[in-house]
Unconditional design. Structure first.
Length: 169
């Protein structure tokens, strides 16, 4: 909290007038960052479904990581937001939406799309984390392109595999 106060140019006691702890401050900040994320997400028409919806989500994710890297790290690369009921609810809602989009993109029942939705999430999050951290030498746009190519390949393979008779795992 002392470092937060120093960077804000206020007394060491000032943050404690609003937040009881650093965790409380981080959660409030994460909720604000998530509100920014949701504002970005609402700029798209509701009719974005299936693969087009997934690609729009992917683009928004990388735009957010590029434009608000500190917010991205706080939301998607720390343990603090999961403590927040608000952010946890929004995250669960977003995951359910992704499962629905995977189902729409592949014509596979939503009940069988959870693993693929997690795989897409891991791919996109991994590429974004690597780019934000400068660990791969790729730009955010390059990372977004690599993630989009991988997600399209995953969706095509999942759809093809699910359409194979007798292979309903």
């Amino acid at each position: 909290m002392a470092e937060v106060a120093r960077r804000a140019g206020v007394s060491v006691a000032a943050p404690y007038r609003h937040y009881a702890s650093l965790d409380e401050l981080l959660i409030a900040t994460a909720e604000d960052c998530y509100a920014n994320w949701m504002a970005l997400r609402t700029t798209h028409p509701e009719e974005a479904h299936g693969e087009a919806g997934i690609m729009t989500l992917l683009t928004d994710f990388f735009d957010f990581a590029r434009d608000e890297p500190a917010g991205f790290v706080l939301l998607f690369d720390s343990g603090n937001p999961k403590v927040s009921g608000t952010v946890s609810f929004w995250t669960e809602e977003g995951y359910r939406d992704l499962v629905t989009m995977v189902s729409e993109a592949t014509s596979v029942p939503a009940g069988r799309c959870g693993g693929m939705a997690l795989g897409i999430t891991a791919c996109v999050l991994g590429h974004a984390r690597l780019a934000v951290g400068g660990l791969t030498g790729t730009t955010m746009d390059q990372a977004a392109h690599h993630a989009a190519t991988t997600v399209r390949t995953l969706l095509a393979g999942f759809k093809s595999r699910s359409a194979t008779p007798g292979d309903q795992k």
